[in-house]
Design a protein around this ligand. Structure first.
Ligand code: GLY
Length: 882
């Protein structure tokens, strides 16, 4: 077998299948256009609608090397030589074309002839009673009977998820030879060790699993195969595990260099190198596909992966942001064919560095919490940190269990691992429940049924606001009925419609549908099952019945206002890209008749100048009154036109490009103005951050923009009257008033401080003793937090060792401060714990350091009692109270 690089193998695979009549596609996005999946987990995901027969494929055979993310056993990544979060799946697909026999022949020829694997070392496995597969391997391919293994459901039945396309499969196992064996006497095909490696999975995709578990035959028999490129490379390159292949080795070496270790030094440093290399790769790919760190969904997965990499660096003392050091190496290995990694360099860099920096800060906070939790264990009695604390650290602070364990070890404390695992299991349960919930609703719905019967609704709304058509279906309370009576709410499906169904951020149209004896108001329009349009109506006169001839008419003025906002969104998108840079990518949008909202990737707030520049650029385009162009074409030509596309846009099908010639082009199915002048005017009214690296702009167009200006000028006039100055002097005058106000407040605060300080002597006289520490407590009416601290400081200067607890309360709000000097801290006093305990008894909370802490509380009436308890708490801490 000849040594070949991963890149060669990828190309060899794709061109082999291309030669054999398959259409080759570049990898699709990691973010699937599929609400049931967080990530693209297999090569077949982008083709799911074809397998399910929901869409007619424009080709019968396809091949890809698909980037995939799977994180179900992330804990194992790093521990083994073969687990990854991101990997490439080589796949060939047949949509109702060749089936088992063709798939087996292709796979065998590719592995034995193209890749040069020894046929005598290959073992096919089949689903237990799949006699057809057996006779293909044995009779057609010529594999001896005793080399074909029968396996159960677990191994040889593949499905994309709890519901969806699935089928029995056949795997090809390659014997790497005795030197790879685990050495157990029963090591053979099916053993988990590295000798008998599953190389390729051929799925005979012939069922759709429904929500109730039944297997419904698919309209056609299909083939879906998957072979890990990393794994194939390890076999061809004859190395131990995927991390030793040329696809990974450079990243591993760089990770070791960063950690100051050598690969092979020991299990923990090797593990760190594998985690860092794997996780950075996944991180960069996810960000390049538009995923940004957050606390839910994909963003959370990204955050966990990225942080896991960072903390493994920490274990080897790397406490600076280091992940981007791996970037040039990643580009060397994967920049071709994954050009998105290069295009999105600024975004990847910004997001990674920001998140590393953030995590650096959380890491400190987590360490504080951990230390205080360790401190609150009773010495000698409790020496195990509860699993729930380790879990909180893991979950909230992104703290590695290993790190928690390590810190605890240093302090002679162990961690309740079982308790931690239990909490983890509970979290997994919650995640599973969540995934199940997400998969609800993809079963055969009523809309699917209507869509199958009637086909897509013809949409004439790009050119017209009115259509003569018929009612083809009526739904009331979730059931299909023949008619809906006057006064009822219903969903109507029409043969043809000018109503735009909500989609691509644009809201659904409103209007009315009427016939000779009937009238209904359309309150919303929704798209279902892809392109079936349902009109949400209230029947105001007569009966809405299937078969009635009707006139469907969109609320024109509202539609025109929506169009203005939608085209303005395109202009805004382009202007942002020009002003801020090419990293600006759409992350979401909402367009209605009153305003537009546009979310996009950018790491910092926009300056006032940038906002002005964007506004002027858009308004210039409006004044040019450029007629829009709409072009129906394929994805490749759309790209040549420079059309912006969302990450998860599908390839292959016809796309619609909306162009403002000379300025912008975007893939879009929405309704737009005829010429930019119809937008009237454009104004940004808000700019804010809505998540790490995502900004949101809210803006107005058309009449909304005018009304906004009108309202503002009214407010300015009111202010002119209030301050008795003309508009141009308002800012100056308001500044003066604010400064004067601040001066007076400062004076008042000082006066309060003076009053409070005058009580220092009295407080000192009232001191008590506890375990050799002076304890001073008091209530200072009318003081602010600052005054409390100042008085506390004075007391601290006068006595030692000393603890001083001062509080103020009014109504149902109180504030307290505890301070201790160094000697008192050395004797065991911890103000953080002290205020937490006092505040807890008063219905509040707080915290801080051992020498100074603060808290807020509600039960002001309980304050005197609580302060009486301080002495006892101090005794406890200094050990005298036990
Ligand atoms: N879709 C085939 C596999 O993931 O193995």
């Amino acid at each position: 077998m000849r040594w070949r690089s991963g890149k060669e193998l990828r190309e060899m695979f794709l061109s082999y299948f291309e030669r054999n009549g398959h259409r080759r596609f570049p990898s699709f996005s990691l973010v699937p256009d599929d609400p049931t999946l967080l990530f693209t987990i297999a090569g077949m995901v982008p083709f799911k609608p074809y397998f399910l027969g929901k869409r007619e494929p424009p080709f019968k055979r396809a091949t890809t090397s698909q980037k995939c993310v799977r994180t179900n056993d992330i804990e194992n990544v790093g521990r083994t030589a073969r687990h990854h979060t991101l990997f490439e799946m080589l796949g060939n697909f047949s949509f109702g074309d060749y089936f088992k026999s063709g798939a087996a022949a292709f796979a065998w020829e590719f592995l034995t002839v193209e890749a040069g694997l020894d046929p005598d070392r290959l073992y096919p496995t089949i689903y237990k009673d799949d006699e057809e597969a057996f006779s293909i391997w044995n009779g057609e391919i010529g594999v001896p009977k005793d080399r074909i293994y029968r396996m159960g459901e677990e191994d040889n039945f593949w499905s994309v998820g709890p519901v969806g396309p699935c089928g029995p499969c056949s795997e090809l196992i390659y014997d790497q030879g005795p030197s790879f064996s685990c050495g157990r006497p029963d090591c053979g095909v099916g053993c988990e060790c590295d000798r008998y490696l599953e190389v390729w999975n051929l799925v005979f995709m012939q069922y759709n699993r429904l929500e109730d578990g039944t297997l419904e035959p698919l309209p056609k028999q299909n083939i879906d195969t998957g072979m890990g490129l990393e794994r194939l490379s390890s076999v061809v390159q004859q190395v131990e595990g995927d991390f030793q292949t040329d696809l990974f080795k450079p990243l591993i070496d760089k990770s070791c260099e960063i950690c100051g270790t050598r690969y092979g030094d020991g299990p923990s440093s090797d593990r760190a190198a594998r985690v860092i290399a794997d996780h950075f790769r996944a991180t960069a790919f996810m960000i390049a596909d538009g995923v940004l760190p957050s606390n839910e969904g994909r963003g959370y997965v990204l955050r966990r992966i990225l942080r896991r990499a960072v903390r493994f660096g920490r274990l080897f003392g790397v406490d600076r942001p280091f992940l981007m050091d791996l970037y040039p190496v990643l580009i060397d290995v994967m920049g071709d064919p994954y050009g998105e990694l290069i295009e999105q360099r600024p975004l990847i860099g910004q997001v990674v560095e920001l998140e590393e920096d953030r995590f650096g800060k959380t890491l400190e906070m987590g360490l504080h919490l951990l230390e205080s939790e360790i401190g609150s264990l009773a010495p000698g009695k409790e020496d195990t940190l509860p699993g729930s604390v380790a879990f909180e650290l893991y979950d909230t602070f992104g703290f590695p269990y290993e790190l928690t364990e390590e810190v605890c070890q240093e302090k002679g404390v162990s961690v309740d691992r079982e308790g931690f695992e239990e909490e983890m299991e509970k979290q997994r349960e919650r995640a599973r429940a969540g995934a199940k919930a997400a998969s609800q609703g993809i079963g055969k719905s009523l809309f699917d049924e209507i869509r199958e019967e009637q086909g897509a609704t013809a949409f004439c709304g790009y050119t017209s606001e009115r259509a003569n058509t018929t009612i083809t279906a009526v739904i009331v309370d979730g059931a299909r009925v023949a008619s809906a009576p006057e006064g009822s709410e219903a969903l109507l499906v029409l043969g043809e419609t000018p109503f735009y169904g909500e989609g691509g951020g644009q809201v659904g149209d409103r209007g009315n549908i009427s016939g000779e004896s009937f009238q209904a108001d359309v309150t919303d329009t929704i798209k279902n099952s892809g392109d079936l349009v349902a009109h949400k109506v209230v029947v105001t006169r007569g009966e809405a019945a299937v078969g009635l001839s009707v006139v469907a008419e969109v609320d024109g003025p509202r539609r025109r206002a929506i169009r203005a906002h939608h085209t303005a969104t395109h202009l805004l998108h382009e202007a942002l890209t020009r002003v801020l840079g090419r990293h600006v990518t759409q992350a979401g949008s909402l367009v209605n008749e009153e305003m537009l909202r546009f979310d996009f990737t950018h790491m910092k707030p926009l300056s006032a100048e940038e906002i002005d520049e964007v506004e002027v650029m858009v308004n210039r385009q409006v004044l040019l009154n450029t007629p829009l162009e709409v072009i129906l074409t394929d994805m490749e030509s759309a790209k040549r036109l420079g059309a912006k596309a969302l990450f998860n846009e599908k390839y292959g099908s016809e796309v619609r490009v909306v162009r403002v010639p000379g300025f912008s082009a975007e893939l879009c199915g929405g309704t737009h103005v005829d010429a930019t002048g119809d937008i009237g005017s454009f104004k940004i009214i808000r700019e804010e951050g809505i998540g790490s690296g995502v900004r949101r702009i809210t803006a107005l167009a058309g009449l909304s923009a005018f009304l906004h200006h009108q309202r503002l000028s009214g407010q300015v006039e009111a202010l002119e009257r209030l301050f008795s100055v003309p508009a141009e002097e308002l800012e100056k005058r308001a500044g003066e008033v604010i400064r004067e106000n601040r001066r007076l407040s400062g004076q008042l605060e000082k006066q309060k401080s003076r009053q409070a300080l005058s009580r220092v002597e009295e407080l000192l006289r009232g001191r008590e003793e506890a375990g050799g520490v002076s304890v001073v407590t008091g209530v200072l009416e009318g003081s602010g937090p600052e005054a409390l601290r100042e008085v506390g400081d004075r007391v601290r200067q006068r006595l030692s060792p000393v603890v001083v607890v001062l509080a103020v309360g009014e109504g149902d709000r109180g504030h307290l401060v505890a301070m201790a000097d160094k000697k008192a801290v050395a004797l065991g006093v911890d103000c953080g714990i002290l205020v937490r305990r006092i505040a807890a008894s008063l219905g509040g909370g707080g915290g801080g350091r051992a020498d100074m802490a603060q808290a807020g509380f509600r039960d002001v009436a309980g304050l005197p009692m609580a302060l009486e308890g301080v002495r006892g708490l101090v005794l406890d801490m200094t050990g005298e109270g036990v």
